[in-house]
Design a protein around this ligand. Structure first.
Ligand code: NDP
Length: 492
């Protein structure tokens, strides 16, 4: 009996029993039938609307405003007015009070936000409850702390606000991306026009209620909903001083082209194809947890997802075996069930993209493994997937899938691991699993990735900067570095 078989005997996977349903109640959330845009502290009636749905059931949730160039123009005017007539000249300690208030209200209303986030986006409630909401509040707390300390953060450089920031966010972490963008902008004395993603506008719209509760002056934060056209109108607006964008590399490049020569500032947080590298001296069970968290967290809709697993050849077989067994224990289903590990794919379009890339992986010759799991009939679902036998040239090893799909590759030496890991147009994140501290440092110096996690994965903290190299974008969000894009410095 092999070592692995003995281990399996001691801890059998419980296949023949099921978890009882543990649904979180929806009653805590109220959704209006129709929403307009939040401009100058009031609701602006939308001239055109579209329907937002729950991706887990395809149930319609509300009618959402499709923002026009005119709506964007009104929002930018409101933001400019608020910036010039009070917000930018408010002492930092006063601005901080509002940010602290917002943070506390988010904590108080976290259950409501978590349920709404899972309902509209499809992510498991245990993730929105335990990750998205605590981190969103933490960002406001963190940047509230900086608001009156900017002179100390940038000594002798006289930091001043940039002005009006246009912010465009994706659908994978709707409220969290909002807080990554809004908190530092406000702390530095800017005002904001934010466009949420088309498929996940509801928590941003509920956030408007938090702004009112916090008595934030009208116009400091404006929210205009809509699809890519609304985003493009915001990028194009001549009175916006800075654009902050998180989303696909393709749209990021288009925005960069659009802004070339305008003098507007830009930060881009784009796609990724991160390498999660496991050496033969690592704690394998711990590594398996990190691999699972790295790629199946939020259905793999994560820009820094560990989508390429590099395993040292000598441990390839036991590691893949352990990984497959662990996959069998993942519970896929209702995002509002507290037991669910993997929720719904965010949209029909994203599901199509995942299916297309998975089919390409099979056609190119990779070996697919999916654990037995029953997927709900309605809604958009994809089973957790592992590909072995993957060559570096395959599309599944090159392109961002943005779904619960892992490609496993191998390496022999640390040099080879670095070379293969860096063989990508992206450079957002990486993971290293080894018990040797010196090797972690050696690897971190050579990996072209904005974030390198050691013996862990997908850990976030507001005090830690996040951002990419190469086609993963430029600029940093989080930490002291996250203040800089929202400041200009006199005589610089
Ligand atoms: P997009 O880059 O299109 O979306 C990001 C945000 O930009 C959304 O708010 C979107 O609006 C908006 N937008 C779209 N077009 C424009 C434009 N021309 N000018 C300004 N803003 C625009 O990503 P998708 O949602 O289309 O996803 C496509 C792929 O991108 C995914 O499959 C995934 O691979 C990748 N992606 C990566 C993310 C990351 O964090 N790295 C996040 C999201 C997606 P709208 O929602 O209406 O499209």
């Amino acid at each position: 009996m092999s070592e692995l078989d003995r281990a399996r005997d001691r801890s059998p996977v419980p296949r023949d029993w099921a978890y009882a349903p543990a649904p979180e109640s929806r009653d805590v959330v109220h959704i209006d039938e129709r929403y307009g845009h939040f401009v100058g502290g009031a609701w602006l009636e939308a001239t055109e609307t579209y329907e937002t749905i729950s991706p887990a059931s395809e149930e319609p949730l509300a009618q959402i405003g499709q923002g026009t160039a005119h709506d964007v123009d009104r929002a930018v005017a409101a933001a400019r007015d608020a910036q010039q007539n009070g917000w930018s000249s408010l002492p930092g300690a006063e601005r901080a009070k509002y940010l602290f208030r917002i943070a506390r209200i988010l904590q108080e209303r976290s259950r409501e936000f978590a349920v709404l986030e899972s309902l509209n986006g499809g992510k498991p409630i245990k993730e929105s409850r335990d990750v998205d909401l605590p981190l969103a509040a933490a960002h406001f707390f963190y940047y509230a702390g900086w608001a009156d300390k900017l002179e100390y953060a940038f000594p002798n450089r006289s930091p001043r606000p940039v002005g009006v920031a246009g912010q465009i966010i994706p659908w994978n972490f709707p409220l969290l991306m909002l807080s990554w963008k809004v908190a530092p902008a406000l702390a530095c004395g800017n005002t904001v026009v934010l466009k949420p993603a088309e498929t996940t506008p509801l928590t941003a719209l509920l956030f408007c209620d938090v702004l009112r509760q916090a008595e934030l002056p009208p116009g400091v934060v404006n929210i205009v909903t809509g699809d890519g056209r609304t985003g493009a109108a915001l990028v194009d607006h001549p009175d916006v001083d800075k654009i902050a964008f998180t989303g696909s590399t393709e749209v990021g490049k288009a925005i960069q082209r659009q802004l070339a020569g305008t003098g507007k500032r830009l930060t881009l947080e784009l796609g990724g194809k991160a390498a999660n590298i496991v050496f033969d001296d690592s704690a394998l069970d711990q590594a398996v947890e990190g691999i699972v968290n790295g790629i199946y967290f939020n259905q793999g809709h994560v820009c820094c997802a560990g989508s390429r697993l590099f395993v040292q050849e000598s441990i390839y077989e036991p590691l893949v075996e352990k990984l497959k067994r662990r996959l069998e224990t993942l519970r896929v289903g209702d995002p509002l069930d507290k037991n669910t590990d993997v929720g719904a794919i965010n949209s029909a379009m994203q599901l199509e993209k995942i299916k297309e890339l998975v089919a390409a992986g099979e056609a190119e010759g990779a070996e697919i493994y999916q654990p037995p799991c029953r997927l709900p009939e309605k809604g958009y679902w994809f089973a957790p997937t592992v590909f072995t036998n993957v060559a570096q040239s395959y599309r599944i090893a090159q392109e961002e899938i943005f779904g619960p799909v892992l490609s496993v590759l191998t390496f022999r030496t640390p040099d080879e691991a670095v070379e293969k890991a860096n063989n990508t147009p992206y450079g957002l994140s990486a993971g290293v699993w080894t018990e040797k501290g010196s090797r972690i440092l050696w690897m971190a110096q050579r990996l072209r990735a904005g974030v390198v996690w050691a013996n862990t994965y997908n850990r976030f903290d507001p005090s830690s900067p996040f951002g990419g190299y190469k086609e993963s974008g430029f600029g940093r969000e989080g930490g002291l570095h996250g203040l800089e894009p929202y400041l200009r410095f006199e005589n610089e």
